[in-house]
Design a protein around this ligand. Structure first.
Ligand SMILES: O=C(O)CCC(=O)C(=O)O
Length: 303
């Protein structure tokens, strides 16, 4: 645990999901809110099991990673957890991981979450970015809105979904209450050292809620958050995150100029695709990475 982070004792007086005024008031005041048992345990379990069955044993397949932004194979911790999260499961191609992709996206677009997002935005939501976590990469302190956001600054909302009961020592997700209103002005390149230093400095007073299967944390695009260092590496932290924007607003990306108008629909929620899955070349590439990784590795080495 970082010695300089003060983790507040859990008060757990979060509003109930159906008390919308209280949910919104907490979110607007603190920059985050926890909703207990929002999602059915069975839906969490289907997604978690699909990971264990399809992705965890796949030593050779390539998945896009959050930390590097590149396609890499699974790296396992000394306790056998997949260390680096998978980014944008909607872009996984081929057939080999289709249950994981489908079940994960079904969880992030579940009618309960879809309804909550609609209420938060006063209009339907679009899912623009997703992640899956097994082990802990110890995510650096950041604000999502420095990487991408809705066209109206700060309106994007992140959701962290516990796919299982998360052990407190697994490297809990934390947020810095009130930070969505505290940091203003130019804080530089979000992949640069200055940014990381400045944001890490903002993490004095964090909240790291204890999360049980089906619990969800929502946070604002401008709220500083990350994950605590792992205390006991035996424990995984299986979870999905989704980032949502109001459907009427374009997604704004600060670090890439990739087009944003292609999507699939899952549970009636548009889910933005990030790879060129609309071209034959794009489909072939995505299929190679997951279903024929050895061939992909050879072609990559020849390039
Ligand atoms: O749980 C984590 O490690 C970080 C998740 C996160 O930062 C995000 O989804 O934006």
């Amino acid at each position: 645990m970082r010695a300089d982070i003060l983790i507040h004792p859990e008060r757990d007086d979060y509003p109930a999901a159906d008390d919308l005024p209280a949910v919104r008031a907490h979110f607007e005041r603190e920059g985050y809110v926890v909703i207990r048992r929002l999602l059915p345990l069975a839906a969490c379990e289907l997604a978690r099991q699909a990971f264990l069955r399809e992705v965890w044993p796949a030593r050779r397949a390539y998945f896009k990673r959050h930390a590097s932004g590149s396609y890499e194979r699974n790296v396992y911790t000394e306790h056998g957890h997949m260390k680096y999260p998978i980014m944008n499961l909607q872009d996984i191609g081929g057939r080999r991981f289709r249950q994981f992709r489908q079940r994960g996206l079904e969880l992030l677009t579940h009618p309960q979450l879809r309804r909550l997002m609609r209420q938060m935005f006063d209009e339907p939501a679009r899912l623009v970015h997703t992640m899956y976590f097994d082990g802990n990469q110890a995510t650096w302190a950041h604000r999502d809105g420095d990487y991408f956001d809705s066209s109206a600054r700060g309106r994007m909302i992140g959701a962290w979904v516990a796919a299982e009961d998360i052990h407190p020592d697994a490297g809990r997700f934390y947020v810095v209450p009130g930070s969505h209103r505290a940091l203003v002005g130019d804080i530089g390149d979000p992949n640069g050292a200055r940014y990381r230093q400045q944001l890490a400095g903002a993490v004095r007073d964090a909240v790291a809620p204890a999360m049980k299967q089906g619990d969800v944390i929502l946070w604002s695009a401008l709220t500083v958050h990350g994950s605590l260092p792992t205390v006991d590496g035996r424990h995984p932290r299986r979870s999905f995150t989704g980032h949502y924007v109001p459907d009427s607003q374009p997604l704004r990306r600060y670090l890439s100029s990739a087009p944003t108008d292609r999507y699939i629909a899952v549970n009636n929620v548009p889910v933005v695709l990030h790879e060129d899955s609309h071209t034959l070349g794009g489909v072939l590439k995505a299929t190679l990475k997951s279903d024929y990784p050895l061939l992909y590795a050879v072609l990559r080495a020849l390039r």
